[in-house]
Design a protein around this ligand. Structure first.
Ligand code: PNS
Length: 167
């Protein structure tokens, strides 16, 4: 599995949009692997605020300093995609206990489907442990301050999308 490309990890998610919590995780994982593929789930049933292209573009801007990080998108089963990428690891972040049940179910299902791929959980720093894309969108929509929760470039895109609608 580690033949030519070294140790590859896939970090899948909706990233609607990328937050400082996601960035923190990339920062922690990238030095541990040869290649980290951050991959956006393109056709999401949750009807994301941003298109897959927009989410990929935002990730490209904020992760451009990471030499071993690739940004991509995927559809279909995560493990099929991970296999195509020759990944040995799936990276997922855990914030609170409330994340655990959902993450455990996914990890065990993915293990059943692809026993050779391991899910690796990492925790973002405490300063980021309460951040979620959903809450960030809610706070900015209601006029709250989101600085420090998302990168400045993402804050700008969010402001344009959510606060200038129709204007
Ligand atoms: O950021 P999210 O929304 O928590 O990410 C969820 C994601 C994209 C990791 C998950 O929905 C996923 O892997 N979807 C792909 C479809 C799939 O493989 N489903 C079976 C997983 S058990």
């Amino acid at each position: 599995m580690q033949a030519d490309g070294g140790l590859v990890a896939v970090y899948p998610g909706t990233f609607d949009p990328v937050t400082n919590g996601h960035l923190d995780l990339v920062q922690r994982c990238a030095p541990l692997v040869d290649r980290l593929v951050v991959s956006v789930l393109a056709h999401e049933t949750k009807s994301p605020l941003f298109s897959a292209e927009e989410r990929v573009d935002m990730l490209k801007v904020v992760l451009r300093g990471f030499l071993n990080v690739e940004i991509d998108f995927f559809d279909g089963l995560l493990i099929d995609y991970a296999r195509r990428k020759k990944a040995r690891l799936i990276l997922r972040g855990i914030r609170a206990i409330s994340d655990y049940e959902y993450e455990l179910q996914m990890a065990l299902m993915n293990r059943r489907l692809a026993p050779e791929i391991e899910t690796m959980f990492m925790m973002a720093g405490e300063a980021h442990s309460f951040i979620s894309s959903r809450l960030v969108k809610e706070v900015i929509r209601l006029g709250g301050n989101i600085s420090g929760l998302v990168p400045p470039s993402v804050e700008e895109v969010l402001r344009r999308r959510l606060l200038n609608q129709g204007g």
